[in-house]
Design a protein around this ligand. Sequence first.
Ligand code: GLU
Length: 509
Amino acid sequence: MTNDVRVRFAPSPTGGLHLGGVRTVLFNYLFAKHTGGKFILRIEDTDRTRYVEGAEQYIYDCLAWCGLNPDESPLLGGEYAPYRQSERKDIYRQYAEQLIAQGNAYYAFDTSEELEQMRANLKSEQNPSPQYDHKTRMSMRNSLSLTNEEVEKLIESGAPYVVRIKMPENERVGFTDMIRGHIENETELVDDKVLLKADGMPTYHLAVVVDDYLMKITHAFRGEEWLPSAPVHILLWKYLGWEAEMPQWAHLPLILKPDGNGKLSKRDGQRLGFPVFAMSWTDPSTGETINGFKEEGFLPEAFVNILAMLGWKDDSEQEIFSMQELIDKFSIDRVHKGGAKFDYDKAKWFNQQHIQQKSNEDLLPLVKSFFEKEGVTPDDESLLQVISLIKERCQLLTDFWPQGHFFFKSPSDIDTDTIKAKWTDEKKTFFNDWMETFANITDWNSEQIEASFNETTAKHSLKKGEVMLPLRIMLVGGKYGPGVYDIAAHIGKEETKNRIISALQLIEE
Ligand code: GLU
């Protein structure tokens, strides 16, 4: 392929970025990088009623976190600027007018009450949900049903109007989707979509075609939910005389709920307890904040890997990919047609694999921020050691604190019930004796600690297992954590002794 490849992600800034949206970004990005083309970010903000403050900045932040950086965008500019549709308002009208002049579109003056009335009046058994189309348009108030004089008068008087596409009655509109192959639709079933709204703003249908053309987009990847609109867009490309330059389309499969059918929604995430957005999103109207994958402790490289595997697979069994490997191997014709079920446990497994692959030094600043949130600021040297001890137990970055808090703070909760269930005077004597023995260790490291522990258990004719679990609980609080001698070595001799003494007091209470 040549370097003329230009793809775009064209979000509407209406709220949090769903993982399906980020996957669309990813496939655009991988395709562009694989072919040496350009990845464009265009903000589709023409629907002012759905516009949400802060949502555009949030899109930039999410893309930056994922490392999916565009080549052209509202922030970066580029040859085809502006990249924010609200700043391109004046561009679209001339194309709407061209379509009207050619007879492919018309003015419609109907008020919302009249539209409702139409739906009520025309409802019949044959047409249970009437829409604005070839069947109904002549009973409405538009430039097809009114005389030229009436239309001119209405426009001169400043009556609000929209421009609608005139969908042909019975044509078949076909195109070849890069994932789904040849698709054909009956125009009969599609309504006369609004192209230009009463406020002078284009709708998505007109703006997407005009901008994909003017921005020289060669391939357009978008969600499957846009498939029903494809015939409208294809006709617009044709009517505007741009058919030869129409991008190749690929409609990406939906990401499905893990426990049933249908698209995974924000609500499914809340219901099942996992994130659906890339990063945390605060709804400015309600103040409600929903955590994203970032805040739940995912690494961006793992998040990207997870998304790639939701719908794409190369010809091997490989599952763990770096961004560079994805760029090298990605091809759009290996994206499946069927929806991909989201599996949160599998997502965590991906993250765990990426945590293991990352160096302790690279994990350090990330893990540190989660410790700081808990009010603990460990020194780097010490945290690096802890990371290497507990890394393999952590699926999420948020697991480092519960798996490692006891290295920096004595546990506030000690599971004394478990200790007490099998507590004996011999064990108490053992711990008191061992504390005296280990007081003499000069080189406090895990080998020395283990040796003195073994020696003392033998002296008291105890099995190691009988006192090892109580020791773990005394140092950590519960039945978890890495090697107990490593923990003792890390927290130091004094702290080990203090924790044993206070646990003994609790046990004896
Ligand atoms: N603005 C549309 C959306 O937010 C873009 C669809 C497209 O990529 O064409 O879904």
